[in-house]
Write a protein that binds this ligand. Structure first.
Ligand code: NAD
Ligand code: UDP
Length: 312
């Protein structure tokens, strides 16, 4: 049984990760300030002796632990609506939070994994995106608290590895969806499904021709755990995502068809710096982690729609 810390474990991805880590027999301490996560996501573990919830913000000094084997650092609001609501806090979470987590890992000689993002590529000029692409990020735009914050986090991870031999793992997660997304979280999959189920117009930003590649959450969590368990020399960064690319119009059409909804499409202005295209190259994940997604959008949307029906 390993002693594992998951920051951001009450959130969408973190709670699925905790399900898997506990099912494998580990002890998990979840550090979360419940900013965008919820107790409901982890309610089913609250009575378990192997699970502890520590309500705390990772920008503040972290509590002492007797022993830690592994830390997964997922704490950070991920939806543009939420991370832009308090951009200074987002930046602090990304950079000061990462430094606090790295210090804890250093003290315990623990392995530490950083949940980075495809946003480090910004509005990419290279398509699809390999890990070697250095990105095209606006450093002063409304997305930069998150994009530059996550880039800064990658920097301090690699500096800790070089300066202190900290055992790091960095993954770049592409758009992920599935049950336990917050219905009000503002991301495109949750917005479209909730709007379709309520018979409201689907809010298409811009002309809807921008693309994203959507990964089902269970596939992603398998990749995250494989990364943590990879050979010590595998530090990353490694892209984790589903390479099937869709436009937002294609996503909207699928959601309307699957929900048999009468919702019309309504067009709204495109937010600034919204990336026009995004698709991961996952050759590294295939080769080094023996990982690739198995659940395609058609199937994953059905599971997600069923979940959101229970939230109405
Ligand atoms: P989420 O908002 O559902 O979860 C984030 C969790 O972190 C929440 O429980 C929130 O309360 C907690 N949190 C935020 N700031 C904190 C702080 N300062 N201290 C303590 N806890 C804090 O988002 P998610 O989709 O589950 O994303 C998890 C991680 O994966 C994030 O780091 C995000 O950047 C990364 N990621 C997600 C996606 C995606 O498509 N979902 C894509 C790329 C990267
Ligand atoms: N989007 C949209 N309607 C919505 C929410 C988002 O058309 O109600 C678009 C958004 O402009 C972006 C894409 O969908 O081009 C993905 O947005 P999301 O916020 O889910 O993720 P991110 O932009 O971080 O990839």
């Amino acid at each position: 049984m390993k002693q594992i810390i998951v920051t951001g474990g009450a959130g969408f991805i973190g709670s699925h990760l905790i399900d898997q880590l506990l099912a494998q027999g580990n002890h998990v301490s979840c550090i979360d300030n419940l900013q965008t996560g919820s107790r409901e996501n982890i309610e089913h573990h609250m009575q378990s002796e192997k699970f502890t919830l520590i309500e705390q913000d990772i920008i503040n000094p972290l509590p002492a632990f007797e022993h830690i084997d592994e830390i997964y650092n997922l704490a950070c609001a991920a939806s543009p609506v939420h991370y832009q609501a308090d951009p200074i806090h987002t930046f602090k979470t990304s950079v000061i939070g990462a430094l606090n987590v790295l210090e804890l890992a250093k003290q315990h000689n623990a392995k530490v994994l950083q949940a980075s993002t495809s946003e480090v590529y910004g509005d990419p000029l290279v398509h699809p995106q390999p890990e070697s692409y250095l990105g095209h990020v606006n450093p002063i735009g409304i997305r930069s608290c998150y994009d530059e914050g996550k880039r800064g986090a990658e920097t301090v991870f690699f500096d800790y590895a070089r300066q202190y031999n900290t055992k790091i793992k960095v993954i770049r997660i592409f758009n992920t969806y599935g049950p336990r997304m917050d219905p009000k979280d503002g991301r495109v999959v949750s917005n479209f499904i909730m709007q379709a189920l309520k018979g409201e117009p689907l809010t298409i930003f811009g002309d809807g021709k921008q693309s994203r590649s959507f990964c089902y959450v269970n596939d992603l969590v398998d990749g995250i755990v494989k990364m943590m368990n990879s050979k010590e020399e595998v530090q990353g960064p490694i892209n984790l995502g589903n390479p099937h690319e869709f436009t937002m119009l294609e996503l909207a059409e699928q959601v309307v068809a699957k929900t048999a909804s009468g919702s019309p499409l309504r067009f709204h202005p495109l937010p600034s710096d919204d990336p026009k295209q995004r698709q991961p190259i996952i050759d590294k994940a295939k080769e080094l982690l023996n990982w690739e997604p198995t659940i395609q959008l058609n199937q994953g949307l059905d599971k997600t729609i069923n979940y959101f029906r229970t939230k109405l």
